[in-house]
Design a protein around this ligand. Structure first.
Ligand SMILES: [Fe+2]
Length: 304
């Protein structure tokens, strides 16, 4: 009778642990800073078996090669992407030898593996509970796993998605700028970034250094990185494993379209107003964008 009661208790505890949130988010910080400024939070994925090196080697063996990017890890902050040095290893070898091979590797869109898809969805469902109230229509959920050697550097760059970077193993320091700082990232930079196939790396200038926020990430900590925020990263003394959970929203998609449209207007010799300066002007431009693309689709189908 006692044994049955203990078994029931253990079962109940296990279920409670399973149902406990994976992320610990301060609701008021989230409401104030989401997609406006970087902020830290906690998670409880540090011991998750999907991030063991053996499992990551298996993932590197099964992901298509265009979903794996890797190179030497001792890069400068200001790295010309065309001159990024390679490490002479395969992706699997890079993960296996990550402690000593002085490399940086990212496994992209890991949700193509069903195990990682489930975990990504669990995490992003928790974020969606809060983000939908601020920016509806979370979509294009994508997960990235960064595996990097002691001291490796991710050069100065920005990304198009909204991101939560979960530090699983090792430590790293992230320097993150204010997305509204137009000294560091101009409207022209943003228009160019979203309307061309330019690489994520940006040109870094020493005078930017005093304008950033510095975050130290250790296992169990995570950092929210808003859309299109310049940042660069340096690993600590150990191997680092980080899980980046990313998504788009209706608002982020609109911003991308507005930058593309402004780039087009600028190429016609006009001087468009900055994105976000006027909600009504942005809405009118988005209407124009939709009409333009609908007309193009119709023309294409007529020609076909
Ligand atoms: Fe990034």
């Amino acid at each position: 009778m006692v044994a049955i009661s203990v078994a029931v208790l253990v079962n109940r505890l296990e279920r409670e642990m399973m149902s406990e949130p994976l992320l610990h988010i301060d609701r008021s910080v989230f409401n104030n800073k989401f997609d406006r400024r970087a902020f830290s939070l906690r998670h409880r994925l540090t011991d998750h078996p999907l991030f063991a090196i053996e499992r990551l080697v298996e993932l590197a063996q099964t992901l298509p090669s265009d979903q794996i990017e890797y190179n030497a890890g001792d890069l400068p902050v200001n790295q010309d992407p065309d001159l990024t040095p390679q490490n002479g290893l395969s992706a699997e070898e890079t993960v296996q030898r990550i402690e000593h091979c002085d490399s940086w590797l990212v496994l992209k869109r890991v949700e193509s593996d069903p195990d990682y898809r489930v975990l990504l969805d669990q995490c992003l469902d928790e974020i969606r509970d809060l983000s939908e109230l601020i920016q509806p229509n979370m979509h294009q959920r994508e997960g990235f796993i960064f595996v990097s050697s002691p001291g490796a550097v991710t050069p100065y760059h920005m990304d198009p998605e909204l991101n939560f970077l979960l530090q699983i193993r090792g430590s790293k320091v992230m320097r993150v700028w204010d997305p509204a700082d137009r000294v560091v990232i101009s409207e022209l930079d943003l228009e160019d970034y979203f309307s061309s196939d330019s690489h994520r790396n940006l040109e870094y200038r020493d005078e930017y250094a005093r304008r950033c926020d510095r975050f130290e990430l250790t296992p169990g900590l995570a950092l929210h990185v808003p859309m299109a925020v310049p940042h660069w990263v340096k690993n600590g003394d150990g191997v680092s494993v980080s899980f980046s959970i990313t998504f788009r929203t209706a608002a982020s998609r609109d911003r991308e379209r507005l930058y593309q449209l402004n780039a087009r207007l600028r190429s016609l010799g006009l001087s468009p107003h900055p994105v976000g300066a006027s909600a009504s002007r942005d809405a009118a431009k988005l209407g124009l964008y939709q009409v333009y693309h609908r007309a193009r689709r119709i023309l294409r189908s007529v020609r076909a």
